[in-house]
Design a protein around this ligand. Structure first.
Ligand code: FAD
Length: 439
C-alpha cells in the first residue's frame, strides 16, 4: 500500500513518529501544504501568521526539502485547503493511506476531520500519529479526564510513573513517489504581499537572528549545550531579558517541529552523563513538561480553553478597550517595562518568558482587557506560537486557567526592578516609535 505523509508542525526527519509510520508501509510520498487558513484574519482583525512567522516557516520547509532530497526523496509543496489538495495528490499517486502528526486544538482538529472525510470518500484512510509531546499520550499514568488541574501534581505523576520514549533517528535513505509537478514554495515577498504584508526587517537588537529549519535547530542545540555549556547554568539565567543565551530559545523550532522534545531531552541526558548533571539540566526538562502539560490540558478541555472565561466561569468580565489595546500593542502604555517588551515582540517576533508574563498580566489585570485579544496578537507575531502553550499560559496569567492561586497580577514595576534593575533592557528597547502596519 502506498502512503502519503503530510508534514504539518513536524518539519523534520529526525524523531518523527508519523513519518516513521509512513516509512513502515510500502511506497511513500511526502507533502507540505500551504493552507490559506493560516493567513486569514481572526475575529480581532489580526492575520494569524505574520511576516516573522511566515519567513521562519518558509525557511523550515526549505530546509526540510533539502534534507529529504539529501536522502534521495522529494517533497511536494501544495497550496490550498488540505482536504482539497491532499486527496487529489493521493489519487494522482495511487496512495491509499495518509499519515500525519496528530494535533489537538479545535481549528487543527477541524482540518483533520475534513481531510479524514475527503480521504475516506476516495476509499483511503488516515492515521493521526502522536508526536508533539515529550511524554507520549499513551504513557502518562492517568486518563485525560483525570489529568490534574495543578501542574505540580501532573509533573510528579509523570516523573514517577512514565518514561520518555527513545527518539528515532532520521531515515538514511528513502525513495519517493513523485507527481509530474512537485510544486514549489512561492517567493516569500510576493506571498506576503498577496496577504497585505511586507517582508520582515531584521533588528540588530534581537536576541537571536532566528532562522527556521531542523539544521538551525541542531546548530542552536549544539551551541547552547555543547559549545558554550550554557545548559549547566540555565536555571540561574532563565529569567533574563537581553542576549542569546539566557535561555535555550528552542521554542520557535519546537513550535514548527524542527526538533522534537524527546531529542532535546535525550541530549540533556547525554550532557548529564558526559559533562554535568545539576538543577539547571533538570530544569530544562521541567520546562518541557510544562509544554506537555498545556498540550494535555488542551486535549482534556477542547474548545473550552479558548473561551473568554475558560476554566473559571465565575471570573470577572473583561472588555476590549480598543485604544488601550492598541497602545499596549505599540508599546505606548504608562509602563516602560511593558513597553520595552512589546517593542521587542513587534520588532523581532520573540519575547522572554519573564516579559510575556508581565505584559500579559498588565493587559488583563491593569488594563482590564479580555486575554483573547492579547493571545491573538501573540499568535500573529510569536515565532514560537503554539495554540496549546499560548492559550494555556494566557488563561493561567488571566486567572481563568490552571492556577490554584486566584490572582496572578504581576507588579510590573517591581518586576522591572528585580529583572532589569539597571534599566539595560528598557534602554535597549526605548526610543523608536513603532508604526505598526501589521494587522
Ligand atoms: C502569555 C504567554 C504566552 C506564551 N506563549 C507561548 C507560545 O505560544 N509558545 C511557546 O512555546 N511558549 C509560550 N510561552 C511560554 C514561554 O514564554 C516560552 O516557551 C519561552 O519563553 C521560550 O523561550 P525559550 O525557548 O528560550 O525557553 P526555555 O526557558 O529555554 O525553555 C525550554 C522550552 O520549554 C518550554 N517552555 C518553557 N516555559 C514554558 C511555558 N511557560 N509554557 C510552555 N512551554 C514552556 C518551551 O518549549 C521552551 O522552548 C508563553 C508564555 C506566556 C506567559
Amino acid at each position: 500500500m502506498a502512503t502519503l505523509h503530510w508534514f504539518r508542525n513536524d518539519l523534520r526527519l529526525d524523531d518523527n513518529p508519523a513519518l516513521q509510520e509512513a516509512l513502515q508501509g510500502g511506497e511513500l510520498a511526502l507533502a507540505y501544504v500551504i493552507d490559506p487558513a493560516f493567513w486569514q484574519e481572526d475575529r480581532w482583525g489580526h492575520r494569524k501568521t505574520g511576516p516573522f512567522r511566515t519567513r521562519f516557516l518558509w525557511e523550515s520547509v526549505a530546509d526540510l526539502q533539502r534534507a529529504i532530497e539529501d536522502v534521495g526523496g522529494c517533497l511536494h509543496i501544495l497550496e490550498g485547503a488540505p482536504h482539497d489538495v491532499l486527496p487529489t495528490l493521493m489519487s494522482d499517486l495511487g496512495c491509499q493511506v495518509l499519515t500525519a502528526q496528530a494535533e489537538h486544538t479545535p481549528e487543527e482538529l477541524d482540518a483533520e476531520l475534513a481531510v479524514d472525510r475527503a480521504v475516506a470518500s476516495l476509499g483511503g484512510h488516515c492515521r493521526w500519529v502522536e508526536g508533539l509531546t515529550l511524554y507520549h499520550l499513551e504513557d502518562i499514568p492517568m486518563s485525560l479526564d483525570a489529568l490534574p488541574d495543578i501542574f505540580t501534581q501532573f509533573r510528579k505523576k509523570v516523573e514517577k510513573g512514565s518514561e520518555v520514549r527513545m527518539p528515532h533517528p532520521a531515515p538514511e535513505s528513502m525513495t519517493c513517489l513523485e507527481a509530474d509537478d512537485l510544486g514549489e514554495l512561492p517567493d516569500l515577498a510576493s506571498f506576503l504581499k498577496r496577504h497585505g504584508m511586507a517582508l520582515p526587517v531584521d533588528d540588530a537588537r534581537a536576541v537571536l537572528p532566528f532562522r527556521g529549519g531542523a539544521s538551525e535547530a541542531r546548530a542552536r542545540l549544539k551551541h547552547y549545550f555543547w559549545d558554550t555549556e550554557k545548559l549547566a547554568v540555565y536555571k540561574k539565567t532563565r529569567n533574563g531579558l537581553v542576549g542569546a543565551d539566557y535561555s535555550s530559545k528552542f521554542s520557535p523550532w519546537l513550535a514548527n517541529g524542527c526538533i522534537s522534545p524527546r531529542r532535546i531531552a535525550s541530549e540533556v541526558a547525554r550532557f548529564e552523563d558526559t559533562v554535568e548533571a545539576n538543577d539547571s539540566t533538570y530544569w530544562l526538562v521541567f520546562e518541557l513538561i510544562w509544554r506537555d502539560y498545556f498540550r494535555f490540558v488542551a486535549m482534556k478541555y477542547g474548545a473550552k480553553i479558548f473561551h473568554k472565561k475558560a476554566l473559571k466561569p465565575d471570573s470577572p468580565n473583561r472588555g476590549t478597550q480598543r485604544h488601550a489595546f492598541e497602545a499596549w500593542k505599540e508599546g505606548r502604555t504608562k509602563d516602560s517595562f511593558v513597553n520595552a517588551n512589546m517593542r521587542e515582540l513587534a520588532r523581532t517576533g520573540f519575547m522572554s518568558n519573564r516579559g510575556r508574563q508581565n505584559v500579559a498580566s498588565y493587559l488583563v489585570h491593569d488594563l482590564g482587557i479580555d486575554w483573547r485579544l492579547g493571545a491573538s496578537w501573540f499568535e500573529h507575531l510569536l515565532l514560537d506560537h503554539d495554540p496549546a502553550s499560548n492559550t494555556g499560559n494566557w488563561i493561567y496569567v488571566a486567572g481563568v486557567g490552571n492556577d490554584p492561586r486566584p490572582n496572578r497580577k504581576f507588579n510590573t514595576r517591581r518586576q522591572a526592578e528585580m529583572y532589569d534593575g539597571d534599566g539595560k533592557y528598557q534602554t535597549l528597547w526605548s526610543g523608536d516609535a513603532l508604526e505598526l502596519d501589521v494587522r
